[in-house]
Design a binder for this molecule. Structure first.
Ligand code: RM4
Ligand code: MN
Ligand code: MN
Length: 430
């Protein structure tokens, strides 16, 4: 346990009254959901095992191009970010890894980082390259693109950066490189679409071939921003084609915020599972676009339907690649970053728990019979279930908190972080 954050053991603060109340809720959940003991245990076990990575760039306050309003006590270095993720994991028992963005978070003292990870029961999930910003000591600019660039020297610089990111990852036992490109154009005619694609593919193949054989590459798409007329990888079709042309260990990454309004994301998930090419997920919430809000805050039914696809995919022997890397990719402009991440984790687990409650055999029968009303009733029955006691039970059994946010507040952890790190400390990230 991280002594910097904790002065009270997480479960010691739970009152007998709260615990008794929790037991009552569990009993009434079992009754309401008509869950036999074995079925109940199966759901709890799945929840205990379900883990989502936290990105190292999400522990500080986000901002917009208009302003940034930090809460104070932000982690000043990678070590402090690991401590914050360690705290989130201790409280929720559902965030056992951390993703690094290079060069925002270059691990310097590998031995010390490894020890800190071990102490916090964390591993490194993916490493993410950054060719969307220019770094101070960098010879060439990415203003007009990176892996798609017309200038071979700039493409090489971007390829070399990705190779270097993998090297950092190897030293910390990561096995996944995530590539998200800002490459694109702002005006018609600026890009030769076919050539820009071909150059990007060539660069990605180069990076792919240089990865160790047990590494995977995730290719993330985004329809707009920062390029507003065309992105080189705007959609899942392009990511799918690029990953297919790279090789078996390249797969598509779906970021929930990277779709135009009203896109049927659950169907995309179903398709990618069908093609055996769904590699990873970036969770966040959005009203308009890449808003990076708390996951599930705005469209909880959509999140549930996505998990329904993931759960059916995981149970289907025909799905080639059912292992998906989950990560939260959010930005916190208003909420305390730690509270926001806990919020997201609990909303993600809520959607997952509900998806586990879907009566699949009954749904398949209803689908087969084209009984539209029954199909929807089955999904709604699971979606409307109150699974909060189940989540709490999974947390309690693994040593987590009965109420993580309440613990964070009552123990005055942000106040302590401000005392330790200062009111004006700034974390690296966007
Ligand atoms: C992008 C994308 C990437 C993330 C950057 C910071 O919009 O979601 O995954 O690495 O933001
Ligand atoms: Mn993302
Ligand atoms: Mn994004």
């Amino acid at each position: 346990m991280n002594s910097a954050h904790m002065n009270t053991s997480i479960q010691e603060v739970i009152s007998d009254q709260d615990l008794a109340r929790h037991r009552e809720k569990i009993q009434s959940s079992k009754n309401l959901l008509a869950l036999e003991d074995a079925a109940f245990e199966r759901v709890i076990n799945k929840l205990e095992l379900f883990q989502v990575a936290i990105p190292s760039w999400a522990l500080g306050t986000g901002g917009t191009r208009f302003g940034r309003f930090p809460a104070g006590g932000e982690p000043r270095n990678l070590e402090e970010k690991i401590e914050d993720v360690g705290l989130i994991h201790q409280l929720t028992r559902s965030a056992n890894s951390i993703s690094l963005h290079i060069p925002w978070d270059i691990p310097r003292d590998i031995v010390a980082i490894e020890q800190l990870l071990l102490k916090n029961e964390l591993t490194i999930d993916s490493v993410n390259s950054n060719t969307f910003q220019d770094q101070q000591d960098q010879p060439y600019s990415y203003k007009f693109g990176s892996l798609c660039h017309t200038d071979d020297r700039i493409r090489k610089q971007a390829i070399d950066h990705n190779i270097e990111v993998v090297e950092h990852g190897v030293r910390l036992n990561s096995k996944v490189l995530t590539v998200w490109l800002a490459d694109g154009s702002n005006f018609p005619g600026q890009h030769h679409f076919r050539k820009a694609y071909a150059r990007t593919l060539d660069s990605l193949q180069h990076i792919y071939k240089s990865m160790p054989v047990d590494w995977n590459m995730l290719i993330e798409y985004k329809p707009y921003e920062p390029s507003f007329y065309s992105m080189v990888i705007p959609d899942w079709g392009t990511s799918l084609q690029l990953s297919t042309e790279c090789g078996d260990r390249a797969n598509v990454l779906v970021d929930l915020g990277h779709h135009l309004p009203n896109t049927n994301i659950e169907q995309i998930v179903g398709r990618l599972l069908h093609f055996g090419r769904l590699g990873g997920f970036h969770f966040n919430g959005s009203q308009y676009g890449d808003d990076d809000l708390t996951t599930g805050a705005i469209k909880p039914y959509q999140l549930f339907l996505i998990f329904h696809e993931l759960v059916t995919g995981a149970n289907d022997v025909h799905v080639r690649n059912p292992t998906v890397a989950y990560m939260i990719d959010a930005s916190h402009n208003l909420k305390d970053p730690i509270e926001d991440l806990i919020n997201s984790l609990e909303n993600i687990r809520t959607a997952y728990a509900k998806a586990l409650l879907v009566d699949f055999p009954a749904l398949e029968t209803a689908q087969q019979e084209n009984d539209v009303v029954r199909c929807e009733q089955i999904l709604q029955a699971a979606f409307q279930a109150d699974v909060r006691p189940l989540l709490a039970e999974a947390r309690l059994r693994t040593g987590g908190s009965l109420d993580p946010i309440d613990y964070f507040r009552s123990q005055k952890i942000r106040e302590k972080l401000i005392t330790m790190r200062g009111k004006k400390s700034v974390a690296t990230g966007l």
